[in-house]
Write a protein that binds this ligand. Structure first.
Ligand SMILES: [Zn+2]
Length: 435
């Protein structure tokens, strides 16, 4: 008999998730040619453990208590811990691209446990929010892959950024990383061009891994360009992208002309909170002069709160607009912020030490560590979505930062043989009843 979704979900545990990560990490090629004291497995799992426990630095690996060493052995199967310098120099040589295979594996798990059903819109579409984020910046340390910003005073800022794609839903709390693509320095290109090129590579990768899913891309105005939107449509996916008067002049002009001619449709209503929602929409407009073949449907939206304050948004979408769906499209378009608020801000403010420099290296280190952080975040989000006990402990702890703090303290002094056991002990610390 097939297992029920809730049964599969209740069985999702950290031990299983970390096994999944370990399986993929072990498939990465060991870049070292000579025999060494540390296994490749121990090196890469140590890097993952640093992010899982949200350690503030890699040095923490060298300052382990006896209990921590035993726990790392029991829970992560790490045999021997190396110095942070050795760890950095080794993973600097490892191309982390293959780590991305873990995102679709986790997506499968979300599907099996029924989470995807809860994220699917009425028409079965899944919202994928894409945005870029800078994860390394320095005026001294740099490598050949760094992006460069030349300042007027002659100084140069070196940085690494990446694009992230995440499954989001307007009414759901968790976000799940689906893809990532480093933004690589390309000579003579503007930053925007780099992000656009990275977006192209990301879409190619996603088409290889998610072609059977009905995706709806929500993105900011930077991605509202012809080649990108055309590619999304070629892949049979949909989009809702922000548009701006400055970068989409023709589209706004055309919309205004049609509005003056009376062909733009309008509707408005007030909700229970006294907020007025106003929608102006029209279908089948050319995106711009250069890409007139890319036809979009345009939604202009105004939200007026009870106190009179007004916010305005505008989107272009591949979904034909009607009175029936403009509110949904507005809510889906606004769910783009989830990647900023729930992903990047969580990584920055909730213990993941996003802006802390774990090392830069001269080849892959910066990207490798950023991917490790995304994987640790993805594992946490899946566990949070599926595990009731985690949620009860979180509620008792009030903040995640507090929860991670107690987790680390407990890990330092108490030997456990599984994460399942670990969370039972953690629950006792917060007087959370086990069911
Ligand atoms: Zn660099």
């Amino acid at each position: 008999m097939r297992k029920r979704y809730d049964q599969i979900r209740s069985e999702v545990n950290l031990d299983q998730l970390i096994d999944l990560v370990r399986g993929k990490l072990l498939e990465l090629p060991d870049p070292r040619s000579r025999s060494v004291d540390y296994t490749f497995h121990d090196l890469v799992m140590s890097a993952f453990a640093v992010y899982h426990f949200k350690y503030p630095s890699l040095n923490r690996l060298e300052e382990q208590t006896t209990a921590e060493r035993e726990n790392l052995h029991q829970l992560f199967k790490i045999g021997k811990l190396c110095s942070d310098a050795h760890l950095r120099s080794c993973v600097d040589q490892v191309d982390p691209s293959d780590l991305r295979e873990l995102y679709p594996s986790c997506f499968q798990l979300l599907k099996r446990s029924g989470v995807l059903r809860e994220y699917a819109l009425a028409d079965k579409q899944l919202i994928c929010s894409v945005d870029g984020v800078e994860h390394f910046s320095s005026q001294k340390v740099h490598c050949p892959h760094c992006q460069e910003r030349h300042h007027r005073n002659g100084q140069i800022t070196y940085s690494h950024s990446m694009l992230c794609a995440a499954l989001v839903h307007p009414d759901q709390r968790e976000v799940f990383i689906m893809g990532s693509e480093p933004i690589k320095k390309q000579d003579g290109s503007q930053k925007n061009d780099c992000e656009r090129n990275a977006a192209h590579r990301l879409l190619d990768w996603m088409s290889d891994h998610y072609k059977d899913y009905n995706l709806l891309f929500v993105e900011d105005a930077l991605y509202a360009n012809g080649p990108h939107l055309r590619r999304i449509r070629e892949l049979n996916w949909n989009f809702i992208v922000n548009i701006k008067p400055g970068s989409h002049e023709l589209l706004f002009k055309l919309f205004d002309t049609r509005k003056a001619q009376g062909s733009v449709r309008f509707c408005q209503w007030m909700d229970k909170q006294g907020t007025t929602h106003r929608f102006w929409y029209d279908n089948d407009l050319p995106l711009n002069e250069a890409c007139a073949d890319v036809r979009v449907n345009v939604l202009m939206y105004e939200e007026e709160l009870k106190n009179g304050s007004i916010q305005r948004f505008s989107w272009a979408t591949s979904i034909p607009l009607s009175r029936r769906n403009v509110e949904q499209i507005m809510r889906q378009g606004r769910s783009r912020w989830k990647i900023e608020n729930e992903t990047f801000n969580t990584l920055k403010n909730q213990g993941y030490n996003f802006e802390h420099n774990f090392g830069h290296g001269s080849n892959h280190l910066a990207t490798f560590m950023a991917y490790m952080m995304l994987l640790a975040f993805l594992v946490d989000q899946i566990f949070q979505r599926c595990n009731q006990l985690f949620n009860r402990i979180w509620k008792a702890a009030k903040t995640k930062v507090k929860m991670w703090e107690i987790t680390r303290s407990l890990f330092m002094v108490r030997v456990v043989y599984s994460f399942k056991e670990f969370y039972i002990i953690l629950a006792q610390q917060f007087s959370v009843q086990l069911e």
